[in-house]
Design a protein around this ligand. Structure first.
Ligand code: APR
Length: 257
């Protein structure tokens, strides 16, 4: 792992320009600056709600109203959040031909709101509700009101179409994400603690296929000591903002050149 030379962000940008075909893998940390708490850490969601009691499929089936106490907070916070400079920066890098896809573990929809076009939602999205009994689907905004528990027309309690612990990853998202990892030149890993499988296996898949791994995170993670080639220690908005400015410099070669 190299922390990068005198200017690690410039070194990482040069790597992106030389190799091209960059793919981003994002986690909750990229949305922290949009006011959405991450999951781990002292201020994280899991410090307030035990994920084994509030975030597993089993817990939802046994006590859906209890799980909706946590879900309501998540829907409310995500519903009012706006993309930050990191989301916008990744969309800008996609427009410059530097980043070709974003694989996100987040369910907040902020990459699409920022303008990213190719977004692979590895853990689903809070936009949609699904009935796990009759499989009918609804839009969250048409069916959920703060403090209420949304019901299906069949009478059962609806579940957001997000992956809870114990659920499998949507097969298309998993396939697309692994294909992007296997064929990218650089994997930009942004704001994830890399603790949850199978998402945390993606950097290793990319690395094994020959990609360089650039990590953007103020903290060390399990990737930082081995899979990561350059660790840019800082906030996503600060680091990605600087990267975008580098690529806006006419002297900076972009992969399309
Ligand atoms: N910029 C970049 N990274 C940040 C920032 C920031 N401003 N703030 C925090 N981080 C980093 C933290 O250091 C941490 O490593 O973001 C990471 C957030 O880690 P988690 O809270 O574990 O979130 P994530 O890795 O996305 O969790 C993965 O776990 O609970 C499940 O399904 C949930 O998708 C989630 C999955």
């Amino acid at each position: 792992m190299r922390a990068g030379g005198s200017d690690p962000i410039r070194e990482a940008a040069r790597l992106l320009a030389e190799r091209g075909n960059a793919v981003a893998l994002t986690g909750a940390g990229i949305s922290v600056e949009s006011g959405i708490p991450s999951f781990r850490g002292s201020q994280g969601m899991w410090a307030k709600y035990d994920p084994m009691e509030y975030a597993t499929l089993h817990a939802f089936l046994q006590s859906p109203r209890k799980v909706w106490e946590m879900l309501s907070e998540m829907v409310s916070v995500c519903g009012g959040a706006m993309p930050n400079a990191a989301h916008k920066g990744l969309a800008a890098l996609e427009g410059m031909g530097v980043v070709r896809a974003v694989i996100t573990q987040n369910v907040d929809g902020l990459h699409q709101a920022a303008g990213s076009r190719r977004v692979i939602e590895y853990h689903g999205n809070l936009d949609e509700l699904i009935c796990v009994y009759c499989w009918k689907r609804y839009l969250m905004r048409e069916r959920w009101t703060p403090g209420a528990v949304p019901l299906c027309d069949c009478g059962e309690i609806l579940k957001p179409n997000v992956v809870l612990f114990g659920e499998s990853i949507p097969w298309l998202a998993q396939e697309q994400a692994e294909e992007e990892a296997r064929t990218c030149g650089v994997l930009l890993v942004v704001g994830t603690s890399a603790q949850v499988s199978p998402a945390c296996d993606i950097p290793g898949i990319a690395k094994d296929a020959g990609a360089a791994v650039v990590e953007i995170n103020p903290e060390e993670t399990s990737l930082s000591g081995n899979v990561t080639d350059i660790h840019l220690r800082g906030s996503a908005s600060e680091v990605i903002g600087k990267m975008v400015r580098l690529f806006q410099d006419p002297n900076m070669k972009s992969p399309k050149d």
